[in-house]
Design a protein. Structure first.
Length: 274
């Protein structure tokens, strides 16, 4: 699943390709993509609307339109955007096609069809599901608030960092990397993490994700940022790597376990269990 760096790279490319374009029509091929609205309502709301900004909250891509409509797009596991300068026949995985007045097109394709699109209004999208319970990115997280929230939790620190109501944008890859950089075992109880160490985890998480963004994200399995472009940060991952057998720091064996159902990489020698 694309995490925060990958989503930000997608947005950067989307803005370069479609910002200020006006939608002429929308062709829908898979209705399950849309939540709460019928395909016709979706088409009617965005017809003749111009994209004036593209932002994000966590892993949600947010399209802002000049008619005050807001489109929330979550890529989930396999969602991808492809841009074409002229009319292009959609492939079998395309779920929706946006056609602009200049003849260019934006296709959203999703081989597993887990992605979602929510239609909202400018005045309410922050106060409704799915964004209402979203927290802040690591760099904007109030450490005192987070420490208090975790102070009674017997759950693992990894499971809490994956929960977007505590910190947004972190997924399996960057939680593993941040915990390794901070020398914290992923099965440590969240309530046992000292505030200073929690602050270190957030700092490392932000720095790692910033570096990943500059390298186009991490392409593991099938991630593509835009029009088939892949990232290169996977070559710089310190612990989350199927091919890594020995810790790059101490030389001991890299372990793979399950935490909250997620494949998790760690070094027991380097990472302390709190």
């Amino acid at each position: 699943m694309p995490e925060l760096p990958e989503v930000k790279v997608v947005i950067k490319n989307l803005k370069e390709a479609i910002l200020f374009k006006k939608i002429k029509k929308i062709e829908i091929f898979k209705e399950k993509l849309f939540k709460e609205y019928s395909p016709k309502e979706f088409q009617d709301r965005l017809h003749d609307a111009t994209i004036i900004d593209i932002t994000n909250i966590g892993k949600f891509i947010i399209f802002h339109f000049d008619n005050d409509a807001i489109l929330l797009s979550h890529l989930r596991m396999e969602g991808k955007y492809r841009f074409f300068e002229k009319e292009t026949e959609p492939n079998k995985h395309v779920m929706v096609k946006f056609v602009f007045y200049d003849g260019s097109e934006l296709h959203y394709l999703d081989t597993r069809m887990f992605g979602t699109m929510h239609l909202r209004n400018k005045d309410n999208y922050l106060f409704l599901s799915p964004l209402v319970k979203m927290a802040a990115e690591p760099k904007d997280t109030d450490i005192d608030w987070l420490y208090e929230q975790l102070s009674t939790s017997g759950s693992s620190i990894k499971s809490k960092l994956l929960d977007q109501s505590y910190v947004v944008g972190l997924g399996n890859i960057y939680v593993d990397e941040a915990l390794f950089a901070s020398k914290v075992h992923p099965l440590s109880k969240a309530k046992n993490i000292p505030k200073e160490k929690l602050e270190e985890i957030l700092k490392n998480a932000q720095e790692i994700m910033d570096q990943s963004y500059l390298m186009g994200g991490s392409t593991i399995h099938t991630y593509e940022s835009f029009n088939g472009q892949i990232g290169s940060y996977q070559e710089h991952l310190k612990i989350h790597n199927d091919k890594l057998e020995w810790c790059k720091v101490c030389g001991d064996e890299v372990e793979k376990i399950k935490v909250s159902g997620r494949g998790t990489y760690l070094c027991s020698s380097c990472q302390r269990r709190y």
